[in-house]
Design a protein around this ligand. Structure first.
Ligand code: TEU
Ligand code: CA
Length: 560
């Protein structure tokens, strides 16, 4: 697979997510930066990833970790310059690594020049019409238009002091754009061209199903809204107008050679609706986050694979597999918590979601985290998804087996979730702690100074330098897995693109599938090691008992 020779490279790519502020700091200000990324290109090349996806690096006051964008066509001076961006892209491309950047089209930041203009302009002005302003209601007109709640807590409506309120699905520092406005649409097309012209290979589209809205009166109240199914009639999510918006984007993507690629961040219940974003007339690929919410259980994994291969087939796209990202508790920790059992407090709710949040509230002490089991399961799950048809997203640090940093002091926290939902959700900082590159130093080699979030002492043992010297490390496992995957995929030839897999008989608690000669067997839950099928062992996520049987929480790949 090569970026230049194969326009379909993204279909089975391994994409490494970089959270730029926490990856590598070149100048010691505590904030990861673009020269820091450039310096780590050899590391990424050795790891064997096909592309990187950079979370936002645009100018931002960091009200939401950079997902509050002041200027879509610039680099945050705290992180670098456009010139340094070009240098980074050139270095990644020279290493055969593609570049995906994050586009945040649902909202800007409140520092964006157009939002500042809207605030300075009167009610009903064209400047206000780029965002979603509404009059207050109630006897004095000082009440928000609806009782809707924002994603990280509080109302979705913020008063501006002249009787109007603006809509923000996330923090008040993130005003939602009005996608009915042609100026807004045109501006995003320009942004897509801007980065495409600079050589980026693709885009990750933030909250891709929320852009289009219908806020015609009368607006439903919160209870009615919550009960509504997302889709064409929902005021906020998954409206049909999005088809038209992304068709315009697709024209821009296809005006480049090779066409630029896009993956939408789409959280929808209905597979058929999700598939609409993944077609070649639309974004091209849609994320599936089902595994972020699933326990380490064979039946759950199997069902999720089936659903998402179906979505991919409907859209003639490929699936995405994700176990960790910058929004969730790291999977080595999730899997170290007891599985939900029937009758347990969170059973019947979104499986690990609220449970993880509750666990964070105890600073990671209750329930106790089984770190050894958590890491074994994490590696087994990683090997499982790497064997599936489709592309895999790896979140920085998971290749080191990093766990969630659950015990950050409140004074260090940055995530707006913590400030806006006091007592309920401590937020996502624990998966955003800067990467340890060395076992010592003021920030474990992250940079020459202290890091912007405190790193725990145990990071030393998970540092790149320590793991690189240890063949039994998680880092070596990831390198071996990515190299073996490349080779096995090449062996599958054209049939890999078809994306088919075949399930084979296996005991309860074990999954066995094959793609051509490539077999993947995962023992999720059988305490007694199980027999492996005949074949040449290519990879094991942990030690095999007596060299041939697969212990619990282990995956093996075989060629047979
Ligand atoms: O996340 C969108 C999203 O749906 C989040 O609310 C997600 O459910 C939450 O983070 C889980 O804890 C995207 C980005 O990935 C996230 O980092 C941003 O905060 C958000 O959009 C707003 O831009
Ligand atoms: Ca820096």
């Amino acid at each position: 697979m090569s970026l230049t020779s194969d326009p379909e490279w993204w279909r089975d790519a391994v994409v490494y997510q970089i959270y730029p502020r926490s990856f590598a700091d070149s100048n010691g200000d505590g904030i990861g930066d673009l020269p820091g990324i450039t310096a780590k290109v050899p590391y990424l090349q050795k790891l064997g990833v096909d592309a990187v996806w950079l979370s936002p690096f645009y100018p931002s006051a960091l009200a939401d970790g950079g997902y509050d964008v002041d200027d879509y066509r610039a680099v945050d001076p705290k992180i670098g310059t456009l010139e340094q961006f070009d240098t980074m892209v050139a270095a990644l491309h020279a290493a055969g690594i593609g570049v995906i950047v994050d586009i945040v089209p649902n909202h800007s930041s409140n520092q964006h020049v157009w939002f500042q203009e809207a605030l300075a302009s009167p009610k009903g002005s064209p400047a206000r019409n780029r965002y979603i302003f509404r009059d207050g209601v109630g006897p004095n007109g000082d009440q928000p238009p609806t009782d809707w709640r924002a994603a990280f807590g509080g109302s979705v409506w913020e008063p501006v002091g002249d009787g109007q309120f603006y809509l923000h699905l996330f923090t008040p520092e993130q005003p939602d754009w009005n996608w009915d406005n042609p100026e807004v649409r045109a501006d995003f097309l320009e942004t897509l061209r801007f980065w495409s012209d600079r050589g980026v290979d693709g885009f990750r589209i933030d909250v891709a199903s929320a852009l289009a809205k219908d806020l015609a009166e009368p607006l439903p109240d919160k209870a009615t809204l919550d009960a509504m199914k997302t889709g064409p009639n929902h005021p906020l999510y998954d409206r049909d107008e999005l088809v038209e918006i992304y068709a315009e984007w697709r024209q821009v993507f296809n005006s480049y050679d090779p066409p630029r690629f896009a993956v939408g961040e789409v959280w929808l219940e209905d597979p058929a609706r999700t598939a609409r974003y993944a077609t070649s007339q639309s974004l091209g690929q849609a994320f599936n986050f089902d595994l972020l919410r699933a326990d380490f259980r064979a039946s759950d994994f199997k069902a999720i694979v089936a659903t998402n291969l179906e979505v991919a087939e409907m859209a003639e796209s490929s699936s995405t597999w994700v176990l960790s990202n910058h929004d969730v508790v790291r999977h080595a920790s999730r899997y170290g918590l007891p599985l939900t059992v029937p009758g347990a407090p969170y059973e019947g709710q979104a499986p690990t979601w609220d449970r993880d949040r509750q666990w964070l509230l105890t600073r990671g002490t209750q329930p106790p985290e089984d770190m050894v089991l958590g890491l074994s399961r994490a590696k087994a799950a990683t090997a499982f998804i790497l064997a599936l048809p489709g592309s895999t997203y790896v979140y920085q640090g998971e290749e080191l087996g990093l766990r969630e940093v659950a015990d950050l002091p409140d004074t260090a926290r940055q995530d707006p979730t913590f400030f806006r939902s006091p007592g309920y959700d401590v937020g996502r900082d624990g998966c955003r702690v800067p990467i340890p590159w060395e076992p010592a130093g003021p920030s474990f080699g992250f940079g020459p100074g202290a890091a912007h979030l405190p790193q725990p002492a145990w990071f030393a043992g998970h540092s790149v330098a320590v793991e690189a010297a240890e063949p039994a490390s998680t880092l070596w496992f990831y390198r071996q897995a990515l190299a073996a995957r490349r080779e096995l995929l090449a062996g599958l030839g054209a049939s890999a693109a078809a994306g088919r897999l075949e399930w084979l008989d296996a005991p309860d608690g074990v999954l066995h599938f094959r793609r051509g000669t490539w077999h993947c067997v995962t023992n999720f839950a059988v305490a007694e090691p199980v027999e492996l099928p005949a074949g040449e062992l290519v990879l094991a996520s942990g030690d095999l008992s007596d060299g041939a049987r697969l212990p619990e929480a282990t995956t093996a790949w075989l060629r047979a």
